[in-house]
Design a protein around this ligand. Structure first.
Ligand code: NDP
Length: 401
């Protein structure tokens, strides 16, 4: 019996649970818990309607370690899949240790009062998970997640040595709204307004946020402007692939999105420090989140595709080579299958796959692992079978920028 407890019933949690319900041979019993029970019940009704599978639901404040430990002890899962917010990572890891259960997430820990996400806090749990004989798998979404597995696939099958790696994330979707983020607005805006950072010659190179732009022609989307950014997987890829001399992450943004973001920043609405308003403290970015559309409601209106992949240069059999591994995902197809758009889909499916590989014993270990430390082959095979087919091809030349 492979019981799983999923925490977080947002867009990503909903997709993961739908996809788990479609694989009953692995996930024999699913419980979905979130801050609001109503979020879980809505997902449960959709899962029942689409797959016929009944899942259990529960209310939990995952910031509360004792309550989460009690919930885990009551559900008795073999794995806790954390699809709440990055703020909850450490509390849920603590609860997993207390209850003696394996752990998986898709986003690294970030303190609420500082926009500084890093694996450092979670890597510090290495000895405690190892001593308990438990496995914690970090960053099992798309990016981080699939992009790291693509890199592992490149290193295992396509290149003997990787010299440079560029991760290209394009959301070519259009939801018809002037400004909306496609995942949690607070997390999204904290990420894109942070200074850019990339890895080069053994050191981090920092620059202002969204200052370096490059045009790239994305298959199935078309030419788009993409911007150099810091992103979570850069930290773990630089650590686990010390041979790579330069690692960069690029993400596309439309003009309207950037114009809105600039104005919101200029008027102070993206600030994450509390300000006094009518006698009480509010955090402007949290207030802004309350005004913006809930990403989970955008699915029905979103058209177009995402195209996310990695371009690596290096050497194969003594010869210089550039390869591109990518996935294209269609917003409408994702919505038709799970009721969520492609950004949630491309994160929820990998979370389900990572969970399946842990539960079936294909990925095992004691300690804290990033996804690129594990064998990419079974994961790559499952991507093709579960809705995120990938392609790999050789490019005639390295990127010219
Ligand atoms: P949402 O905001 O849509 O959903 C978050 C969910 O977590 C909500 O259901 C919310 O509760 C629940 N939650 C928040 N706080 C708590 C708490 N204290 N206790 C219990 N539940 C809580 O976010 P997404 O679904 O878009 O994203 C989920 C995660 O996936 C985030 O960590 C995000 O950073 C990550 N992500 C990773 C990506 C990747 O490629 N690696 C890409 C996109 C997202 P409630 O039930 O009240 O609504």
């Amino acid at each position: 019996m492979s019981k799983v407890l999923v925490i977080g019933a947002g867009g990503v949690g909903s997709v993961a649970v739908h996809k788990m319900a479609m694989a009953p041979e692995v996930f024999s019993h699913i419980t979905l818990a979130s801050r609001r029970r109503s979020s879980c019940d809505a997902v449960a009704a959709s899962v029942k309607g689409r797959t016929g599978v009944t899942i259990d639901t529960a209310q939990i404040d995952a910031d509360d370690i004792a309550a989460t430990t009690t919930l885990i002890a009551a559900v008795k899962p073999r794995l806790v899949v954390n699809l709440a917010l990055p703020y909850q990572d450490l509390a849920i890891m603590e609860a997993c240790l207390a209850a003696g259960v394996n752990y998986l997430d898709t986003a690294n820990y970030e303190p609420r009062d500082e926009a500084r996400f890093s694996y450092g806090w979670q890597w510090a749990y290495q000895d405690r998970f190892a001593e308990a004989g438990l496995m914690a798998l970090l960053g099992c979404g798309f990016d981080p997640g699939v992009t790291s597995v693509f890199t592992g696939h490149v290193r295992k099958h396509l290149l003997d040595r990787i010299d440079t790696l560029d991760i290209l994330d394009c959301n070519g979707g259009d939801n018809g709204l002037p400004f909306a983020t496609n995942f949690n607005p607070e997390i999204n805006i904290r990420e894109v307004t942070a200074p850019s950072r990339h890895w080069e010659a053994g050191a981090w190179v920092e620059g202002p946020a969204l200052a370096r732009r490059q045009r790239f022609d994305f298959e199935a989307v078309g030419p788009r402007d993409m911007y150099l950014m810091y992103h979570e997987e850069l930290e773990s890829l630089a650590r686990f692939y010390p041979e790579i001399k330069r690692i960069r992450f690029w993400m596309t943004f439309g003009e309207s999105y950037l114009r809105h973001l600039e104005v919101l920043g200029n008027v102070g609405l993206t600030r994450i420090d509390p300000v006094m308003f009518e006698g009480r403290e509010i955090v402007p970015l949290q207030f802004l989140k309350a005004l913006l559309p809930d990403p989970s409601t955008l699915g029905a209106a979103t058209r177009g595709k995402t195209n996310i992949g990695v371009i690596a240069t290096g050497e194969k059999d003594g010869r210089g080579r550039t390869v591109y591994v990518l996935n294209i995902c269609d917003h409408e197809a994702a919505y038709a299958e799970t009721g969520s758009q492609a950004v949630s889909y491309t994160t929820g499916v990998p979370a389900m796959i990572g969970a399946a590989l842990m539960l079936t014993g294909q990925w095992t270990g004691a300690g804290v692992f990033n996804i690129e430390q594990l064998d990419p082959d079974p994961f790559m095979a499952m991507l093709n079978r579960h809705g995120l087919p990938w392609q790999a091809r050789e490019l005639a030349a390295p990127l010219a920028f």
